[in-house]
Design a protein. Structure first.
Length: 159
C-alpha cells in the first residue's frame, strides 16, 4: 500500500470516528412492560461488517432519544401520535428518517440497518413486526441512556 493511500485511509477513519456517538452498554438486558398512557418503541441495530464502527444518535427533532452502535438496542416511551425519528442533526446526511403513528399501550420495533456509503455508513430505519424484531433483539446489547431527556428516555441505569 503506498503512502498516499495510507494517509487517505487514516483521514477517513478519523472523520468517521469524530462523528461517533458515545455509547455505554449495560451489563444486563432491559425489556420493560408497556405503559397504558405511552407507546414503547425499540430501536435495534442489525449485525454486519458494513458500518460496524459507525455510531450515531437517534433524534426526534432536536431532541436526542438514544444512541446506536453495532449490535445494540435502546427503547423509549413516548406519547401517542405521529413521531419522526432520524440520525441527529449533526449527521443528517448520513441517514434516513422514519415517521410512525403510535398508540398508547402498544409496542413498536424499528430496525436500523447501515448501508454502505463512500464516506462511511448510512443509517436506514425500518419498522418491523414483533416476530421479525425478536429474531435479533434479545441478542443485542442494551445501550444505557444519557441523563438528558429523562421524560422520554428510558431511565434504567447501572447502579
Amino acid at each position: 500500500m503506498n503512502f498516499s493511500v495510507t494517509i487517505l485511509l487514516a483521514l477517513t477513519l478519523l472523520i468517521l470516528l469524530s462523528a461517533c456517538a458515545p455509547v455505554d452498554y449495560s451489563r444486563q438486558a432491559v425489556f420493560p412492560e408497556t405503559q397504558n398512557d405511552k407507546a414503547l418503541i425499540y430501536f435495534y441495530r442489525t449485525p454486519g461488517f458494513i458500518g460496524s464502527t459507525y455510531r450515531f444518535n437517534v433524534s426526534e427533532g432536536k431532541n436526542v432519544v438514544g444512541a446506536m452502535a453495532q449490535d445494540s438496542y435502546f427503547y423509549l416511551f413516548t406519547r401517542p401520535g405521529r413521531h419522526t425519528y432520524s440520525v441527529d442533526e449533526r449527521n443528517k446526511d448520513q441517514g434516513s428518517s422514519i415517521t410512525i403513528n403510535v398508540q398508547a399501550g402498544k409496542t413498536y420495533y424499528i430496525k436500523v440497518d447501515v448501508a454502505y456509503e463512500v464516506m462511511g455508513g448510512k443509517a436506514v430505519f425500518t419498522e418491523v413486526s414483533e416476530a421479525e424484531a425478536m429474531k435479533l433483539l434479545h441478542s443485542r446489547k442494551y445501550v444505557i441512556p444519557a441523563k438528558v431527556n429523562a421524560s422520554t428516555y428510558n431511565v434504567h441505569a447501572e447502579q
